[in-house]
Design a protein around this ligand. Sequence first.
Ligand code: ATP
Ligand code: MG
Length: 422
Amino acid sequence: MKIKKVRGVKDILPGEIEKWQWVESITHSVFSNYGFKEIRVPIFEYTKLFSRGIGETTDIVEKEMYTFEDKGGEMITLRPEGTASVARAYVENKLYNPPSLTKLYYIGPMFRYERPQAGRFRQFYQIGVEAMGSQSPSVDAEVICMVSELLKRLGLKNTELQINSLGCPECRPQYRELLKKSGREKFEELCNNCQQRLDRNPLRLLDCKVETCSEIAQELPKTAEHLCEKCDQEFSLVKELLTSANTDFTINFKLVRGLDYYSKTAFEIVSSDLGAQSAVCGGGRYDQLVEEFDGPATPCFGFAIGLDRLVSLISTDDNPEIFRKPDLFIVALGEAAEKETFKITQNLRKQGVSVDRGYESTSMKSQMRKADKSGAAFVLILGENELNSRTCPLKNMSDGEQKDISLETLLADAKSVLISPT
Ligand code: ATP
Ligand code: MG
């Protein structure tokens, strides 16, 4: 019986996985320089965590969640994003004690029932960051600088950082009313989706992708021009700090983000190399979510990077270190040589040398082909004669030069032999 994978998911195979591992290792390194610690939260949670946390009127909750009833009759959802789970874990584990800025990040799969297409999967991966416990705009700026640095370290070009301010519970209600009023004036021209959600979630009108809505959005009142004094000052400070760190940005008045919990600074990083699904990263400030889960008042700032899209932008030509190649490949000819090869490879790997080998005594030609394909720096040939004399040909694959080497010399200090064989 031939069984295929479910629609909208993928296998990440060798040849591709190296890029993921490389991105992940640089992520760990950059984030730890900024004092962030990894958190691993479950892949599934009670459904109400997401419906309450993300917001009942969002696309994710209305249409995209993978929800099922488990055998105990509980409603469970595969996480569509990480922030709600991290906020839950923060409250449940009392990470607010002692009070300080809690800096967390996660890397892992997310699940959304969306129409699969380029850059959009049903199981996809995110790198996410949550800085919890400060309302200082310098946290906004620092976290945005951190993600910009990460993308720089990964060699990404053609990205644009876009920022906006969504206001706070003080100024947003008036702005929402203003938007509703302007939206109603153009009601007949709006797409069905925007007509339906105009009263519930008028902000989404700003980032609707339908062309007519997008044109209308151009003329709508802009959030950043209707901020209260405090939000306005904080937004100015974020911009000032970004500028002082040489982090380029543009203001995108239409940027609203699709989740209910955001307020004040919101940002996205888009790439012109990605096609229609151009957002690599999105995030912003969310000051009410932790209280929503009965935690103490905890202003937060976070973001999530779409790892699938990010990895698709990585160039292996510019970063050849992504693929680790064996230091040595051993061609083993004959039964006795095979046994000795087993011992030698074990010994060398313990010395930290990366070794691959031929198996099942296939022909010299076929093993040499495998050695070549593996990209090994050196090839050692071990047949019956070599076994008797304990001396083998060692070929430097970069210049083709071949020298004899005694097995004892190799085993005594493999690392230096393989740098400059004598
Ligand atoms: P989009 O507008 O692309 O639907 P979103 O606002 O739903 O994005 P977020 O919830 O902010 O996305 O998630 C952050 C990032 O995760 C996105 O910028 C994107 O790179 C990535 N992402 C979101 N949904 C998917 C998906 N279905 N497949 C692959 N990556 C995704
Ligand atoms: Mg989406």
